[in-house]
Ligand binder design. Structure first.
Ligand SMILES: Nc1ncnc2c1ncn2[C@@H]1O[C@H](COP(=O)(O)OP(=O)(O)OP(=O)(O)O)[C@@H](O)[C@H]1O
Ligand SMILES: [Mg+2]
Length: 224
């Protein structure tokens, strides 16, 4: 058996909200097997983004352990954890967070250059070609359509061939046609590269893409 990509045990997280304590996650357990697409669904405010930020090592849980590729990530120093994140994780958010002062190509090159990849430009071009964006490579993201921007964001997230891609409402700003296209891309990248995906959304259309589906309810994951 292959080792799981990610094992989360007893993840708890709460926030102080005015005078009240809001307990968002109440002991979440989750295993992500390599090469799978896992979806977590739930209404607005149920804690999907909070969970994604914790699994993506961006936010520290109040309790629980998180192992990714066998590494207990919250035991690492902040610096080691950033390096681990850059090396092994990719993110796709609802708002793409592309850098406007750089071209689409440069946005995809950036993580490759940070990782010291010698032929960053060629690899970034390969990704843009693969996502049907090569003719837009030298435009600023400001000049791209929403669907094109999100595809650039996907190219950037995948460029370093991360073991795990975490996507928060990836189709949230896309029309139906672009949303469908993005899901096809996720499916293909999963099949061709064996990339493991963790997706949170309130859009039930994403369910068909997923091998495993959970519902986040009352701070716990339930089979969906
Ligand atoms: N930093 C924070 N401080 C205080 N409260 C927070 C913080 N982050 C999240 N929350 C609260 O925790 C709850 C869960 O938020 P979260 O963003 O995880 O929900 P969500 O399921 O992603 O919602 P949506 O579908 O609208 O994106 C919400 O009530 C939110 O207001
Ligand atoms: Mg959210």
């Amino acid at each position: 058996m292959n080792e799981p990509i990610l094992v989360a045990e007893g993840i708890e997280k709460g926030f102080q909200s005015g005078t009240q304590w809001l307990q968002v996650l109440r002991g979440v357990n989750l295993v992500l097997e390599p090469g799978t697409i896992t979806g977590v669904f739930g209404p607005s405010g149920s804690g999907k983004s909070t969970l994604l930020h914790i699994l993506g090592t961006l936010q520290r849980p109040d309790a629980g352990t998180l192992r990714i590729l066998g590494q207990e990530v919250f035991r690492l120093s902040d610096r080691e954890r950033s390096r681990f994140r850059n090396r092994h994780l990719g993110f796709v958010f609802q708002f793409h967070h592309l850098l406007h002062e750089f071209s689409a190509l440069e946005n995809v090159m950036l993580p490759l250059m940070l990782a010291g990849v010698p032929d960053a430009r060629r690899q970034a071009e390969d990704w843009l070609r693969d996502l049907d964006l090569l003719d837009r490579a030298h435009e600023s993201p400001l000049k791209l359509s929403g669907g094109e921007r999100q595809r650039v964001a996907v190219a950037r997230a995948l460029a370093n061939r991360p073991a795990l891609v975490l996507a928060d409402e990836p189709t949230g700003n896309l029309d139906r046609r672009n949303a469908e296209q993005l899901l096809q891309i996720f499916r293909r990248l999963n099949q061709e590269h064996g990339t493991t995906f963790f997706i949170v959304s309130h859009n039930p259309r994403l369910r068909d893409l997923c091998h495993r589906v959970y519902l986040l309810e009352d701070g716990l994951l339930k089979p969906g």
